[in-house]
Design a binder for this molecule. Structure first.
Ligand code: SF4
Length: 201
């Protein structure tokens, strides 16, 4: 017997990152709960353990709150900020990532989504956040522009639409993204492109 619990009320913030990267990846990870472990995924989990513990740290002029749960009733998204920092009257999210700054902006969408949730919870505008890339050992500043905010709103709507539909979108055309995607052995994008091309031809 299967129990139909319907589409989710809230989409996890990390799944907006997956959707910004590829709608098919979002469907595998969120709708079908599929995940393939490779060395990059495992390393990412291990590096994340330090910020997954929660708690508060007082530095010289900065207060760091780790693992802060945030949500937006407007966008119906929810999840954890790795760190919310407060300094000099400014409050902003900091996200930790395993690798280097990517060619694609999916990490930017995730941290902007965190900021929109924080804004809704606190009522205060947040102009920027930071992503710390372990491999590069530096923080990248992300400005929360109107374009980025609009993209997050679009991603949230699209995530709910895809979750309600419950179907697997076709592979994307950007092979470079597929080559960097841990789900490629499951997704088989080249094989599907060849097969659908053969059928269409
Ligand atoms: S392999 Fe390509 S099409 Fe498949 S989930 Fe990854 S990025 Fe998307």
């Amino acid at each position: 017997m299967s129990i139909d619990i319907g589409p989710p009320e809230f989409i996890p913030l990390s799944m907006l990152n997956a959707l910004a990267y590829c709608p098919r990846r979002f469907a595998y990870e969120f709708i079908q709960a599929e995940m393939l472990l490779n060395e990059h995924v495992v390393e990412g989990h291990l590096r994340h353990e330090g910020v997954d513990l929660g708690g508060t740290t007082w530095l010289e002029d900065t207060v760091q709150h780790r693992r802060v749960y945030v949500w937006s009733n407007h966008l119906r998204i929810a999840g954890f900020c790795d760190v919310v920092e407060a300094r000099g009257g400014e409050r902003y999210p900091v996200e930790f990532k395993k690798g280097r700054p990517g060619r694609w902006q999916n990490d930017h969408a995730q941290i902007c989504a965190q900021a929109l949730c924080l804004e809704e919870r606190t009522g205060a505008r947040i102009e920027r956040g930071f992503i710390f890339y372990f491999a590069a050992r530096r923080r990248e500043e992300v400005r929360f522009t109107q374009e980025l905010r609009a993209e997050v709103e679009h991603l949230a709507r699209e995530a709910h639409r895809l979750a309600a539909a419950g179907t697997l979108p076709p592979p994307i055309d950007q092979r470079a993204r597929c080559r960097a995607c841990s789900l490629e052995p499951l997704c088989l994008p080249d094989e599907i492109r060849q097969l659908t091309g053969a059928v269409a031809g």
